[in-house]
Unconditional design. Structure first.
Length: 235
């Protein structure tokens, strides 16, 4: 028993362990994950706890929570992977650049809608089926376009790291503004002078609807990367 416990600890991921067997518990793992996402959207990652989850689910469901998902880290792995699910539904239309754009923009949008997920990417992402499925989707598109060998790996890495880096950077700005208790335009007007920048430009930089905002910058940067990529093989 001790050896089995040690093995679970060493593996360190809910995705490397068997899911508990079905029970008569009122909640499934999916129910718990979806509730956690709603709670994280409402309260944020810093306030989130298993005690808060139990309270959200209600006393009758508390035992189901701990039976289906044993630890907070397990739950966080599950929820951050679930965030990537919409990207797997992106349409395969157009040429390979259009297809990559569709998938990656869907993933970026999902991370934008759940900015707390960006805080988890460094420690809780990578092994889940949606995260792996997103990586494989990019591999498939680029492989079909003629990318081979280490160039294929490098191209997927460039696109994926741009996605994650952009989402994390945008979430960091949003976090600063939220901690201030001000809205974006008010924060920009009061902070611009201290930062040595123009308040109007800073407001536009933070506004997701602006032509200079996060969405537009992400789309432009992604185009630059994809235009620079060419199908070939590097030995």
């Amino acid at each position: 028993m001790a050896r089995e416990a040690d093995r679970k600890t060493v593996l360190g991921s809910v995705w490397l362990r068997e899911e508990p067997s079905p029970t008569k518990a009122p909640l499934s793992r999916e129910d718990i994950v979806l509730t956690a996402i709603k709670l994280l959207d409402r309260e944020g990652l810093n306030a989130f706890s298993m005690r808060m989850m139990a309270a959200e689910l209600g006393t009758a469901a508390t035992s189901a929570l701990y039976w289906r998902i044993a630890t907070k880290n397990d739950l966080l792995e599950l929820v951050v992977d679930e965030v990537f699910a919409p990207a797997l539904e992106a349409r395969d239309e157009g040429d390979w650049r259009d297809q990559v754009t569709s998938v990656v923009r869907a993933a970026y949008q999902a991370l934008s809608e759940h900015p707390w997920a960006c805080q988890l990417l460094a420690s809780h992402a990578g092994l889940g089926p949606n995260y792996q499925g997103l990586t494989e989707r990019l591999h498939t598109i680029l492989r079909s376009a003629g990318f081979r060998g280490t160039h294929l790996v490098a191209a997927v890495s460039a696109v994926f790291q741009y996605l994650i880096g952009s989402a994390v950077t945008d979430a960091a700005w949003l976090s600063v503004v939220r901690r201030s208790g001000l809205n974006g335009s008010r924060w920009a007007s009061e902070s611009a002078g201290r930062m040595g920048v123009d308040a109007e430009h800073l407001t536009a930089y933070l506004d997701r609807e602006s032509h200079a905002g996060p969405e537009a910058r992400f789309a432009s940067g992604l185009r630059v990367i994809l235009v620079g990529l060419r199908p070939r093989q590097i030995s």
